[in-house]
Design a protein around this ligand. Structure first.
Ligand SMILES: [Ca+2]
Length: 387
């Protein structure tokens, strides 16, 4: 990274840090997310090595001495008799250094830091919670019992390529949590969790992409609550509970219009009573996804668009249905529902659903069953091999 880029990055960060200071409680009084009861283990965790702790300490002086990090850029400041001396006058940052020195002041000494000349690249600390307030690239590796919380932030990116997050303890708190955060991009993580892996609350315009998520308990793998207009793409999710659960805010459809693309959902734990993908919030687009061995439920606010999905392997005596529609106004087009006991079930009193051009062959009992009045929904041009 050239000196020009670096200077631009620093000058952009400082105002963000100071505005955050006034918007959020300071780290010392912020004990964790407000919702739910924190797990005892989480409370026992010492206060996180929060990024804000070092950032405010280090960045506020930069407002007055913008060249003081030049030791890491290799760009020595011009001596100026009218200016205070720079804080660092040491040698240029050494990317190969392995010592207790923390050259980029991200809280990790160079012996632990995969990029000790870049404060936006750092590892995680096992057992700790990271409250992220800047874009970051996490050093590749496997981390245990960590949490990453992005709360009341806007326009950050988090790169977890090559990073595995393992949660061994059962906990109501998610491994990755976005709380009232918008325009956040998260990708690359591999999450193995007992408990919720990924939780969004009240945020919008977030992008969650290219992640593998595995839950080993009967809990939601991915849970979006009152979160609208988010995009989930290329997620591979397997486990036992609700692999994707979209719920609206109470009494409103807020939480709808999420887009779920090209993702795979596979049921691997067989003893969980409620398993599936559930869209309760309204007007979501669910496209090009694969569901193996678990059903898709449309309930609540409806008005979803489903297209180009494959849903199969629901032969079990439990639900045994590929798509369960207990909501109105959905459009279901060009999907393949195969190797289920029943392809599609339309619940009683649902209306204005369009079931068009779907391939409903190779389901053992029936292609489609409707408990609603025939004139209330449109069911046309579907391929069916049952009479
Ligand atoms: Ca460091």
């Amino acid at each position: 990274m050239g000196p020009a880029t670096r200077t631009a990055t620093i000058s952009n960060q400082a105002p963000a840090a100071s505005s955050t200071l006034f918007r959020n409680p300071p780290p010392s009084t912020f004990a964790g997310p407000k919702e739910k009861t924190p797990a005892p283990s989480a409370l026992a965790t010492p206060p996180p090595k929060t990024k804000e702790t070092w950032r405010l300490k280090d960045i506020l002086p930069l407002l007055f001495f913008p060249l003081s990090l030049s030791g890491c850029s290799g760009d020595e400041p011009t001596p100026d008799a009218g200016m205070p001396p720079p804080r660092d006058s040491g040698p240029a940052c050494d990317p190969d250094l392995r010592s207790e020195l923390d050259q980029d002041r991200d809280g990790f000494p160079s012996r632990l830091d995969c990029a000790d000349c870049d404060p936006n690249r750092f590892p995680l600390e096992d057992g700790a919670t990271l409250y992220l307030q800047q874009s970051a690239v996490i050093c590749p590796g496997t981390y245990r019992n960590v949490r990453i919380v992005i709360e009341q932030q806007d326009s950050l990116s988090l790169d977890g390529t090559g990073v595995t997050l393992e949660r061994e303890e059962e906990s109501p708190q998610a491994v990755l949590e976005l709380n009232l955060a918008n325009n956040i991009s998260v990708h690359g993580f591999n999450v193995v969790s007992r408990g919720i892996a990924l939780y969004l609350n009240g945020g919008s315009q977030n992008r969650l992409e290219d992640m593998k998520i595995r839950t080993t308990a009967c809990t939601d793998a991915v849970h979006l609550a009152a979160s609208a207009a988010n995009r989930l793409e290329a997620l591979e999710i397997d486990g036992g509970g609700l692999l994707l659960n979209l719920v609206p805010a109470e009494d409103t459809a807020t939480g709808g219009r999420n887009e779920i693309y090209s993702s795979t959902f596979i049921l691997t734990a067989q003893d969980c009573p409620a398993s599936g993908v559930v869209l309760t919030s309204g007007a979501n687009r669910f496209s090009g996804n694969t569901l193996e061995g678990l059903p898709l439920y449309l309930q609540g606010f409806g008005e979803n668009i489903l297209e180009g999905n494959f849903i199969g392997g629901n032969e079990s005596p439990g639900v045994g249905i590929g798509l369960v529609i207990y909501a109105s106004g959905n459009r279901v087009e060009q999907n393949t529902l195969s190797e289920n006991r029943l392809g599609i079930l339309l619940g009683p009193e649902v209306k204005n659903n369009s079931i068009l051009n779907n391939d409903l062959r190779n389901n053992s009992e029936a292609c489609l069953e409707s408990l609603a009045a025939p004139e209330d929904n449109r069911v046309e041009n579907n391929s069916c091999d049952h009479p």
